[in-house]
Design a protein around this ligand. Sequence first.
Ligand code: AMP
Length: 463
Amino acid sequence: MELLNQFKNFSNVSIFLAYNVNVDALKYLADSSDIEKLKENFSDSDIGLKIEEYPRTIEKPIDFVARLIHAMKSGKPAEVPLKNNLEIEPFFNGLNYNEERIGGQVGIISNLLSILNLKRIIFYSPILAKKQAEMFENNENLVFPNLIDGKLVLKKPIESFKNDELKINRIFEYKEDIEFHLQNEKIITPRSNRFIVASRPENLRIEIEKGLKNHLPDIGRLVDCAIISGVQAIKEEYSDGKTAEYYLNRVKEDIKLLKKENKDLKVHFEFASIQNTEMRKKIAESILPEVDCVGMDETEIANIIHVLGYEELSEGILKYSRIEDVLKASKILLERYNLEGMQVHTLYYIMYLCKKGGILSDKSLEKTLEFATILASTKAALGQISNVGDLKIGLEIPHNKHGQLLKELVEKISKEKELEDYRIILVPSRIVENPKSTVGLGDTISAGAFVGYVSELKKLKNK
Ligand code: AMP
């Protein structure tokens, strides 16, 4: 409880967030009949062939069904981009969705931080349609930067929307233990998780409009930290000839501009699943050197390490989830990109790896991770965090049963020679048995841990 009181109020922290806001359309897959309905227009053998082909974009309904079943079989989270065309749009529009709500890492994190009473949250998205704007918390602390007569004016999202195209991601949340057949194979979902069909409108470009970009140093002065996310939406090439390099360079410029007049500004990069391996490498190599902290899940860290040439380590993480391997991978990234902190979350734990010598105590870092697990368990249990009082629900959920063992393991590993220059902080997760939703849990964890970190740093500095 003391912990909650301490973090109930982040009113000493202001943050800038960019670049992704969208609407999430959620469909819950509760039992086998839901799967059979999706499968019914295709033969099992065609689906089986598609699964082997493993399409990395969704262009036809069968691509979707194949990747969905592939994901459900593994129980791991997955996100695959949609290639818009005349056949696929009506197909997705024709499915019945259970719920629509705000999505995109910036959308999810903005609302969460608004509820956690941050001093000010300035969020940016290249598109802000009315429907998106209406899904934001209507609080004084949550604002969007507008350019009016050349001046920077911060206004509530509901006063800032434009006539923009709407970006909708379709999210399929499935339950544990759904049983169905594909050809002769019996598939049982090993756990509940989600499969995301991500929309990638051609007109959506991941950049800050020019007039506002000139004001980024001003925004940088107004905030203590920033979270950059959504670069996974950058395409390799656009119809006007612009390339991924062009947009990645814009993002790098934006980070530099934010820090230009505020050298203490901390930047966190929130990773996401990136199917295209070339793009995954480009994003890692261009953005990670520019930021201070990174948040990833186990699959994401394995995938990055893979494109950097550590195939064996990557496959080991994906197959066995050994914490030693996750630490090895974290150390590689921390060193390669000179990061201040690497945060990895898995189903069973949240962990920081950082160099020895930081100014925050182990206890203080642990508290920030503990807070992050409470946010996650609250959101998993309720689907959504609506006010700070909700966090009591998450606090009541105990650490998972492997927690103690994990802590002991990490204590042992941290004494090993190759980790003697590092600090490792691990907090076990509080697993909710039947989560209402798993969308945005990773973003919630990362945002909570990072803002907690910045808040603790500020408290120390002001002492
Ligand atoms: P991501 O894959 O980045 O969205 O992160 C998902 C994270 O959410 C996991 O690593 C866990 O820490 C947490 N999580 C997932 N499922 C649950 C659950 N049922 N209860 C509590 N936390 C969960």
